[in-house]
Design a protein around this ligand. Structure first.
Ligand SMILES: Cc1ncc(COP(=O)(O)O)c(C=O)c1O
Length: 408
Protein backbone atom coordinates (compact mmCIF):
# COMPACT_ATOMS: atom_id res chain seq x y z
CA UNK A 1 0.00 0.00 0.00
CA UNK A 2 1.21 3.49 -0.83
CA UNK A 3 2.10 5.58 2.20
CA UNK A 4 4.17 8.69 2.78
CA UNK A 5 6.09 10.63 5.38
CA UNK A 6 6.26 14.42 5.31
CA UNK A 7 9.36 16.04 6.76
CA UNK A 8 9.65 19.78 6.13
CA UNK A 9 12.89 20.83 4.49
CA UNK A 10 14.08 24.39 4.28
CA UNK A 11 16.25 24.24 1.14
CA UNK A 12 19.23 25.49 3.16
CA UNK A 13 22.64 25.57 1.47
CA UNK A 14 24.54 22.30 1.35
CA UNK A 15 27.65 21.93 3.52
CA UNK A 16 30.85 22.77 1.62
CA UNK A 17 31.93 19.17 0.96
CA UNK A 18 28.56 18.42 -0.67
CA UNK A 19 28.31 21.67 -2.56
CA UNK A 20 29.67 20.03 -5.70
CA UNK A 21 26.56 19.49 -7.81
CA UNK A 22 26.47 22.70 -9.83
CA UNK A 23 25.84 22.94 -13.57
CA UNK A 24 29.50 23.98 -14.06
CA UNK A 25 30.70 20.73 -12.44
CA UNK A 26 28.07 18.80 -14.39
CA UNK A 27 29.46 20.26 -17.63
CA UNK A 28 32.91 18.88 -16.72
CA UNK A 29 31.48 15.45 -15.92
CA UNK A 30 29.49 15.44 -19.14
CA UNK A 31 32.57 16.47 -21.11
CA UNK A 32 34.30 13.36 -19.79
CA UNK A 33 31.38 11.02 -20.56
CA UNK A 34 30.90 12.42 -24.03
CA UNK A 35 34.51 11.39 -24.84
CA UNK A 36 33.76 7.76 -23.98
CA UNK A 37 33.13 5.40 -26.90
CA UNK A 38 29.43 4.82 -27.39
CA UNK A 39 28.28 7.94 -25.55
CA UNK A 40 24.98 9.37 -26.72
CA UNK A 41 22.34 11.37 -24.88
CA UNK A 42 19.51 9.09 -23.82
CA UNK A 43 16.05 10.18 -24.97
CA UNK A 44 13.69 12.19 -22.82
CA UNK A 45 10.12 11.26 -23.73
CA UNK A 46 7.56 14.03 -23.40
CA UNK A 47 4.44 11.87 -22.97
CA UNK A 48 1.77 14.30 -24.09
CA UNK A 49 -1.04 11.75 -24.27
CA UNK A 50 -0.38 10.43 -20.77
CA UNK A 51 0.06 13.95 -19.36
CA UNK A 52 -3.38 14.87 -20.76
CA UNK A 53 -4.90 11.70 -19.35
CA UNK A 54 -3.46 12.37 -15.89
CA UNK A 55 -4.20 16.10 -15.85
CA UNK A 56 -0.59 17.31 -15.97
CA UNK A 57 1.01 19.97 -18.13
CA UNK A 58 4.06 17.85 -18.92
CA UNK A 59 4.94 14.29 -18.00
CA UNK A 60 8.53 13.67 -19.06
CA UNK A 61 10.37 10.39 -18.68
CA UNK A 62 14.10 10.07 -19.23
CA UNK A 63 14.71 6.66 -20.79
CA UNK A 64 17.98 5.26 -19.45
CA UNK A 65 17.57 1.89 -21.16
CA UNK A 66 19.71 3.32 -23.98
CA UNK A 67 22.74 4.24 -21.81
CA UNK A 68 25.91 2.83 -23.40
CA UNK A 69 23.92 -0.23 -24.45
CA UNK A 70 23.83 -1.34 -20.79
CA UNK A 71 20.10 -0.92 -20.17
CA UNK A 72 20.53 1.31 -17.05
CA UNK A 73 21.90 4.69 -15.93
CA UNK A 74 24.32 3.29 -13.36
CA UNK A 75 27.45 3.20 -15.55
CA UNK A 76 27.58 7.00 -15.40
CA UNK A 77 28.63 6.92 -11.75
CA UNK A 78 31.10 4.04 -11.76
CA UNK A 79 32.79 5.16 -14.97
CA UNK A 80 33.38 8.70 -13.74
CA UNK A 81 34.72 7.53 -10.37
CA UNK A 82 37.01 4.92 -11.93
CA UNK A 83 38.35 7.53 -14.33
CA UNK A 84 39.07 9.88 -11.42
CA UNK A 85 40.83 7.07 -9.53
CA UNK A 86 43.08 6.25 -12.50
CA UNK A 87 43.65 9.92 -13.29
CA UNK A 88 44.94 10.44 -9.75
CA UNK A 89 47.26 7.46 -10.14
CA UNK A 90 48.57 8.96 -13.37
CA UNK A 91 48.93 12.49 -11.93
CA UNK A 92 46.32 13.83 -14.34
CA UNK A 93 44.24 16.83 -13.24
CA UNK A 94 40.44 16.39 -13.50
CA UNK A 95 40.21 19.09 -16.16
CA UNK A 96 42.84 17.26 -18.23
CA UNK A 97 41.08 13.94 -17.85
CA UNK A 98 39.69 12.49 -21.07
CA UNK A 99 38.96 8.88 -21.91
CA UNK A 100 41.53 9.02 -24.72
CA UNK A 101 44.28 10.29 -22.39
CA UNK A 102 43.52 7.60 -19.82
CA UNK A 103 43.90 4.94 -22.51
CA UNK A 104 47.16 6.43 -23.81
CA UNK A 105 48.64 6.68 -20.32
CA UNK A 106 47.43 3.18 -19.50
CA UNK A 107 49.29 1.82 -22.51
CA UNK A 108 52.48 3.48 -21.26
CA UNK A 109 51.78 2.76 -17.59
CA UNK A 110 54.44 1.37 -15.34
CA UNK A 111 52.18 1.42 -12.32
CA UNK A 112 50.58 -1.96 -12.95
CA UNK A 113 46.99 -3.05 -13.21
CA UNK A 114 44.22 -2.13 -10.86
CA UNK A 115 41.62 -4.58 -9.59
CA UNK A 116 38.29 -2.88 -8.96
CA UNK A 117 35.77 -4.53 -6.66
CA UNK A 118 32.15 -3.72 -5.90
CA UNK A 119 28.97 -5.24 -4.48
CA UNK A 120 25.77 -4.69 -6.39
CA UNK A 121 22.25 -5.79 -7.23
CA UNK A 122 23.36 -5.81 -10.86
CA UNK A 123 23.18 -2.45 -12.59
CA UNK A 124 26.07 -0.76 -10.76
CA UNK A 125 28.21 -3.88 -11.17
CA UNK A 126 27.50 -4.03 -14.88
CA UNK A 127 28.63 -0.42 -15.20
CA UNK A 128 31.82 -1.02 -13.20
CA UNK A 129 32.56 -4.19 -15.21
CA UNK A 130 31.99 -2.27 -18.46
CA UNK A 131 34.37 0.54 -17.51
CA UNK A 132 37.00 -1.91 -16.20
CA UNK A 133 36.87 -3.69 -19.57
CA UNK A 134 37.14 -0.38 -21.45
CA UNK A 135 40.20 0.55 -19.39
CA UNK A 136 41.66 -2.99 -19.51
CA UNK A 137 41.64 -3.37 -15.73
CA UNK A 138 40.49 -6.27 -13.54
CA UNK A 139 37.08 -6.37 -11.92
CA UNK A 140 35.33 -8.42 -9.22
CA UNK A 141 31.60 -8.04 -8.65
CA UNK A 142 29.88 -9.52 -5.58
CA UNK A 143 26.15 -10.07 -5.98
CA UNK A 144 23.56 -10.58 -3.25
CA UNK A 145 21.78 -13.92 -2.87
CA UNK A 146 19.00 -14.58 -5.40
CA UNK A 147 20.30 -12.10 -7.99
CA UNK A 148 18.46 -12.70 -11.27
CA UNK A 149 20.53 -14.96 -13.58
CA UNK A 150 20.16 -12.42 -16.41
CA UNK A 151 21.98 -9.82 -14.33
CA UNK A 152 24.81 -12.21 -13.39
CA UNK A 153 25.29 -13.23 -17.03
CA UNK A 154 25.43 -9.63 -18.21
CA UNK A 155 28.25 -8.82 -15.77
CA UNK A 156 30.25 -11.98 -16.53
CA UNK A 157 29.90 -11.29 -20.27
CA UNK A 158 31.96 -8.12 -19.76
CA UNK A 159 34.89 -10.16 -18.44
CA UNK A 160 34.38 -9.46 -14.73
CA UNK A 161 34.55 -12.09 -12.05
CA UNK A 162 30.84 -12.15 -11.03
CA UNK A 163 30.37 -13.94 -7.69
CA UNK A 164 26.89 -14.60 -6.32
CA UNK A 165 27.06 -14.59 -2.50
CA UNK A 166 24.52 -15.88 0.02
CA UNK A 167 24.33 -12.38 1.57
CA UNK A 168 21.85 -9.49 1.53
CA UNK A 169 22.99 -6.37 -0.35
CA UNK A 170 24.30 -4.47 2.68
CA UNK A 171 26.35 -7.47 3.89
CA UNK A 172 27.75 -8.00 0.39
CA UNK A 173 28.95 -4.37 0.49
CA UNK A 174 30.73 -5.03 3.81
CA UNK A 175 32.39 -8.12 2.34
CA UNK A 176 33.60 -6.18 -0.73
CA UNK A 177 35.07 -3.50 1.56
CA UNK A 178 36.88 -6.14 3.61
CA UNK A 179 38.27 -7.88 0.52
CA UNK A 180 39.50 -4.54 -0.87
CA UNK A 181 41.32 -3.77 2.35
CA UNK A 182 42.88 -7.21 2.75
CA UNK A 183 43.89 -7.73 -0.90
CA UNK A 184 44.70 -4.21 -2.13
CA UNK A 185 41.74 -3.92 -4.51
CA UNK A 186 40.05 -0.58 -5.18
CA UNK A 187 36.50 -0.51 -3.88
CA UNK A 188 34.06 1.32 -6.19
CA UNK A 189 30.93 1.42 -4.04
CA UNK A 190 27.89 3.60 -4.65
CA UNK A 191 27.29 4.26 -0.98
CA UNK A 192 29.43 5.94 1.68
CA UNK A 193 30.39 5.50 5.33
CA UNK A 194 32.78 7.36 7.63
CA UNK A 195 36.22 7.21 6.04
CA UNK A 196 34.87 6.12 2.63
CA UNK A 197 33.40 9.18 0.98
CA UNK A 198 35.47 10.42 -1.95
CA UNK A 199 34.66 7.59 -4.37
CA UNK A 200 30.90 7.59 -3.65
CA UNK A 201 30.93 11.36 -4.12
CA UNK A 202 32.56 10.97 -7.55
CA UNK A 203 29.95 8.33 -8.39
CA UNK A 204 27.19 10.76 -7.44
CA UNK A 205 28.81 13.47 -9.54
CA UNK A 206 28.85 11.02 -12.45
CA UNK A 207 25.05 10.83 -12.33
CA UNK A 208 24.87 14.54 -13.10
CA UNK A 209 25.41 13.87 -16.81
CA UNK A 210 21.91 12.37 -16.85
CA UNK A 211 20.40 15.33 -14.96
CA UNK A 212 22.19 17.84 -17.16
CA UNK A 213 20.86 16.15 -20.30
CA UNK A 214 17.32 16.22 -18.84
CA UNK A 215 17.37 19.91 -18.12
CA UNK A 216 18.23 20.76 -21.71
CA UNK A 217 15.76 18.24 -23.15
CA UNK A 218 12.72 19.24 -21.06
CA UNK A 219 10.10 21.58 -22.52
CA UNK A 220 10.05 23.47 -19.17
CA UNK A 221 12.02 23.15 -15.92
CA UNK A 222 10.45 20.54 -13.62
CA UNK A 223 8.03 21.65 -10.94
CA UNK A 224 7.91 18.10 -9.50
CA UNK A 225 10.82 15.71 -9.46
CA UNK A 226 9.90 12.11 -8.51
CA UNK A 227 13.04 10.14 -7.76
CA UNK A 228 13.37 6.50 -6.77
CA UNK A 229 15.91 5.59 -4.11
CA UNK A 230 17.99 2.62 -3.14
CA UNK A 231 20.82 4.10 -1.09
CA UNK A 232 19.71 7.51 -2.45
CA UNK A 233 22.92 8.51 -4.26
CA UNK A 234 21.18 8.99 -7.60
CA UNK A 235 18.23 10.91 -6.12
CA UNK A 236 20.50 13.17 -4.08
CA UNK A 237 22.76 14.00 -7.01
CA UNK A 238 19.83 14.75 -9.32
CA UNK A 239 17.94 16.77 -6.68
CA UNK A 240 21.06 18.78 -5.80
CA UNK A 241 21.79 19.45 -9.47
CA UNK A 242 18.25 20.64 -10.26
CA UNK A 243 17.96 22.80 -7.19
CA UNK A 244 21.23 24.46 -8.15
CA UNK A 245 20.27 24.84 -11.82
CA UNK A 246 16.61 25.87 -11.35
CA UNK A 247 14.67 27.95 -8.89
CA UNK A 248 14.58 25.72 -5.82
CA UNK A 249 11.57 27.42 -4.26
CA UNK A 250 9.14 26.14 -6.93
CA UNK A 251 10.42 22.62 -7.44
CA UNK A 252 9.24 19.79 -5.20
CA UNK A 253 11.36 16.67 -4.79
CA UNK A 254 9.50 13.49 -3.90
CA UNK A 255 11.43 10.36 -2.97
CA UNK A 256 9.98 6.96 -3.91
CA UNK A 257 11.11 3.63 -2.46
CA UNK A 258 9.74 0.09 -1.94
CA UNK A 259 7.67 -0.50 1.20
CA UNK A 260 9.92 -3.51 1.85
CA UNK A 261 13.09 -1.39 1.85
CA UNK A 262 11.84 1.96 3.17
CA UNK A 263 15.01 3.15 4.89
CA UNK A 264 14.51 6.77 3.79
CA UNK A 265 10.90 6.97 5.00
CA UNK A 266 12.05 5.58 8.36
CA UNK A 267 14.96 8.01 8.49
CA UNK A 268 12.70 10.94 7.53
CA UNK A 269 10.36 9.86 10.31
CA UNK A 270 13.05 9.83 13.00
CA UNK A 271 12.66 13.01 15.09
CA UNK A 272 16.35 13.96 15.04
CA UNK A 273 16.93 12.84 11.43
CA UNK A 274 19.29 10.08 12.49
CA UNK A 275 19.76 7.32 9.93
CA UNK A 276 17.46 4.29 10.28
CA UNK A 277 17.78 0.87 8.71
CA UNK A 278 15.03 -1.25 7.19
CA UNK A 279 15.14 -4.23 9.53
CA UNK A 280 13.35 -6.95 7.60
CA UNK A 281 13.91 -9.02 4.49
CA UNK A 282 13.81 -6.84 1.43
CA UNK A 283 11.17 -8.73 -0.47
CA UNK A 284 10.55 -6.51 -3.45
CA UNK A 285 11.00 -7.06 -7.16
CA UNK A 286 12.51 -3.55 -7.35
CA UNK A 287 15.98 -5.09 -6.93
CA UNK A 288 17.90 -1.86 -7.54
CA UNK A 289 16.01 -0.18 -4.70
CA UNK A 290 16.42 -3.02 -2.17
CA UNK A 291 18.91 -1.26 0.11
CA UNK A 292 18.46 -1.36 3.86
CA UNK A 293 20.53 1.69 4.73
CA UNK A 294 20.63 5.20 3.22
CA UNK A 295 23.94 6.56 1.97
CA UNK A 296 24.78 9.20 4.62
CA UNK A 297 26.01 11.69 2.00
CA UNK A 298 22.74 11.28 0.11
CA UNK A 299 20.70 11.81 3.27
CA UNK A 300 22.63 14.99 4.08
CA UNK A 301 21.49 16.33 0.70
CA UNK A 302 17.98 14.90 0.61
CA UNK A 303 17.02 16.10 4.08
CA UNK A 304 17.61 19.63 2.72
CA UNK A 305 15.90 19.10 -0.65
CA UNK A 306 13.05 16.59 -0.29
CA UNK A 307 10.02 16.87 1.98
CA UNK A 308 7.97 13.87 0.83
CA UNK A 309 9.09 10.23 1.24
CA UNK A 310 6.72 7.81 -0.44
CA UNK A 311 6.71 4.03 -0.05
CA UNK A 312 5.12 1.88 -2.74
CA UNK A 313 4.38 -1.79 -3.26
CA UNK A 314 5.47 -3.88 -6.22
CA UNK A 315 2.00 -3.43 -7.70
CA UNK A 316 2.72 0.29 -8.21
CA UNK A 317 5.99 -0.44 -10.00
CA UNK A 318 4.16 -3.05 -12.10
CA UNK A 319 1.58 -0.40 -13.05
CA UNK A 320 4.39 1.86 -14.24
CA UNK A 321 5.97 -0.97 -16.26
CA UNK A 322 2.68 -1.75 -17.99
CA UNK A 323 1.64 1.83 -18.74
CA UNK A 324 5.05 2.90 -20.05
CA UNK A 325 5.25 -0.24 -22.19
CA UNK A 326 1.76 0.34 -23.66
CA UNK A 327 1.68 4.02 -24.62
CA UNK A 328 -1.30 6.14 -25.57
CA UNK A 329 -1.54 7.20 -29.20
CA UNK A 330 1.34 9.51 -30.14
CA UNK A 331 3.42 8.75 -27.05
CA UNK A 332 6.69 6.80 -27.18
CA UNK A 333 6.93 3.29 -25.79
CA UNK A 334 9.35 2.93 -22.89
CA UNK A 335 10.62 -0.46 -21.80
CA UNK A 336 11.02 0.17 -18.09
CA UNK A 337 12.09 -2.38 -15.50
CA UNK A 338 10.96 -2.78 -11.89
CA UNK A 339 13.14 -0.08 -10.31
CA UNK A 340 13.02 2.02 -13.47
CA UNK A 341 9.22 2.29 -13.55
CA UNK A 342 8.71 2.81 -9.81
CA UNK A 343 8.53 6.61 -9.78
CA UNK A 344 6.39 6.84 -12.93
CA UNK A 345 4.11 4.14 -11.51
CA UNK A 346 3.68 6.24 -8.41
CA UNK A 347 2.83 9.39 -10.41
CA UNK A 348 0.18 7.44 -12.34
CA UNK A 349 -1.30 6.15 -9.08
CA UNK A 350 -1.08 9.58 -7.45
CA UNK A 351 -3.01 11.28 -10.23
CA UNK A 352 -5.72 8.61 -10.44
CA UNK A 353 -6.34 7.40 -6.93
CA UNK A 354 -9.13 9.04 -4.87
CA UNK A 355 -7.25 7.97 -1.72
CA UNK A 356 -4.31 10.18 -2.67
CA UNK A 357 -6.32 13.40 -3.18
CA UNK A 358 -4.89 14.97 0.00
CA UNK A 359 -1.34 14.28 -1.17
CA UNK A 360 -2.12 15.78 -4.61
CA UNK A 361 -3.33 18.89 -2.83
CA UNK A 362 -0.28 19.02 -0.59
CA UNK A 363 2.05 18.68 -3.58
CA UNK A 364 0.01 21.22 -5.59
CA UNK A 365 0.29 18.94 -8.57
CA UNK A 366 -2.04 19.36 -11.54
CA UNK A 367 -2.58 21.07 -14.88
CA UNK A 368 0.30 23.55 -14.43
CA UNK A 369 2.84 20.94 -13.34
CA UNK A 370 5.90 19.78 -15.26
CA UNK A 371 6.72 16.35 -13.91
CA UNK A 372 10.02 14.56 -14.42
CA UNK A 373 10.66 10.88 -13.71
CA UNK A 374 13.69 8.87 -14.69
CA UNK A 375 13.19 5.38 -16.03
CA UNK A 376 16.53 4.32 -14.62
CA UNK A 377 16.59 0.88 -16.27
CA UNK A 378 15.05 -1.12 -19.06
CA UNK A 379 14.17 -4.81 -18.81
CA UNK A 380 17.33 -5.77 -16.90
CA UNK A 381 15.53 -8.90 -15.64
CA UNK A 382 13.74 -9.99 -18.83
CA UNK A 383 12.07 -12.98 -17.23
CA UNK A 384 10.41 -10.86 -14.56
CA UNK A 385 9.60 -8.10 -17.05
CA UNK A 386 7.53 -10.57 -19.03
CA UNK A 387 5.98 -12.07 -15.89
CA UNK A 388 4.73 -8.59 -14.96
CA UNK A 389 3.80 -7.15 -18.35
CA UNK A 390 2.60 -10.24 -20.18
CA UNK A 391 1.18 -12.31 -17.36
CA UNK A 392 0.32 -9.72 -14.72
CA UNK A 393 2.34 -11.46 -12.03
CA UNK A 394 4.66 -10.08 -9.32
CA UNK A 395 7.08 -12.40 -7.52
CA UNK A 396 6.42 -11.11 -3.99
CA UNK A 397 3.12 -10.76 -2.14
CA UNK A 398 1.98 -7.30 -1.06
CA UNK A 399 2.75 -6.20 2.53
CA UNK A 400 -0.98 -6.35 3.28
CA UNK A 401 -1.09 -9.95 2.06
CA UNK A 402 -3.70 -9.01 -0.57
CA UNK A 403 -1.45 -9.45 -3.57
CA UNK A 404 -0.79 -13.14 -3.73
CA UNK A 405 1.57 -12.93 -6.69
CA UNK A 406 -0.92 -11.16 -8.93
CA UNK A 407 -0.33 -7.53 -9.94
CA UNK A 408 -3.28 -5.43 -8.77
C1 LIG B 1 17.67 0.78 -11.95
C2 LIG B 1 18.01 1.49 -10.70
N1 LIG B 1 17.31 2.57 -10.36
C3 LIG B 1 17.57 3.26 -9.24
C4 LIG B 1 18.58 2.86 -8.38
C5 LIG B 1 18.80 3.62 -7.11
O1 LIG B 1 20.02 4.28 -7.05
P1 LIG B 1 20.63 4.61 -5.60
O2 LIG B 1 21.05 3.32 -5.00
O3 LIG B 1 21.74 5.54 -5.89
O4 LIG B 1 19.54 5.22 -4.81
C6 LIG B 1 19.33 1.72 -8.70
C7 LIG B 1 20.41 1.26 -7.81
O5 LIG B 1 21.07 0.29 -8.06
C8 LIG B 1 19.04 1.02 -9.88
O6 LIG B 1 19.73 -0.08 -10.24
Amino acid sequence: MTEYVYRPCDQEDLPAHLNVFHPAVAAEVRRFHSGMPGYAETPLRNLKGLAGELGLRHFCIKDESFRFGLNAFKVLGGSYAMARILAEKMDLLPEEMTFERLIKLRDRAEKGETTFITATDGNHGRGVAYMAAQLHQNCIVLLPAHTAPDRVRNIAALGANALVTDLAYDDAVRLAARMAEERGYVLVQDTAWPGYEQIPLWIMQGYMTMADECLYQMPAPPTHLFLQAGVGSMAAAVAAYFSSACSKSRMKVILVEPDHADCFARTAHSPDGSICRYPGEMNSMMAGLCCGEPCPLAWEILRRRAAHYVTISDATAALGMRVLGNPLSGDHRIVSGESGASSAGFVIELMRSPELAALREELRIGKDSSVLCISTEGDTDRENYRAVVWEGRCPYPDKSGRNDGVCI
